[in-house]
Design a protein around this ligand. Sequence first.
Ligand SMILES: [Zn+2]
Length: 320
Amino acid sequence: MKKKGWIWLSMVVAFSLLLAACGSEETVQEDETGTNEDNGSSEEVVQDENEEGLTITTSFSILGDIISQVIGDRGTVEYIVPIGEEPHEYEPVPSDFQKVSDADVFYVNGLDLEEWLESILTNVTETEIVAISDGVTAIPLEGGEEDDPHAWLSAKNAILYVDNIVEDLIKRDPDGESVYRENADAYITQLEELDAWIEEEVVEIPEEKRVIVVSENAFKYFGADYGFETEGVWDINSHAEGTPQQVSRIIDLVNDLELPAVFVETTVNQDFMKQVSNETNVPIAGEVYTDAVGLEGSGAETYLEMMEHNVNVFVEGLTQ
Ligand SMILES: [Zn+2]
């Protein structure tokens, strides 16, 4: 019996190997076809480069705006995650893979913001991926094992992003150096003005009220640079969101600190902050932008505008 069983197993193994061999032959054929197609599209990209400058794809709208400011008319910028959706757990669709494979470079935030990067890497192999938060002093998430990705919410970090973008663009398009540097310098001046303006504005808020309470605790970098404590019902969108324990912890905190206002983001389910507001009788002073710029007509279509909007909402809410 034993021997018979062993023979049977050998046959199964042999058959599996045969199947695997057939499978890998098919894979090779597919690869060959894929390679041919890829060659075709990279030729097209070279032509596009000559005619229209660099084609940049990035992960979400805020980076899209920052990159556009630096590249100006010398190229085109597209982003993946639609405004209104959050960029952590987005699920890319085939047209997104196309956008990335058509681009000269795919700029991501990094710091593990784009949890869907794996699916881009699986479907697009030719386009280089560059993290533009390089050099940021990372703030850890709760538990300390991962970093919080929302570095762009401090204007000081946005300047660092611009430095990374301009150096990378020059590497890819050396003829554009003077244009990129000029655009970047002008934009950095605006970012420095924004930074100084924020520091002036927040002085109006009594020190003990400088606490930002939102759904996702995304303002850690903003808080560290402009002197706020920050709290969220949850720490980051890709972790647990809105358990009863998380909600009641925030309700207790808002009551204990006697805060005059809480806030809610444009890219989350707002039910949780509504519940916090209802149970504490503390108003939601306004919507704030964390993971996307505003829709057209919102007055917060750019990074500079969304940051000004956020600061105005904080100051108005917390000085009541
Ligand atoms: Zn977020």
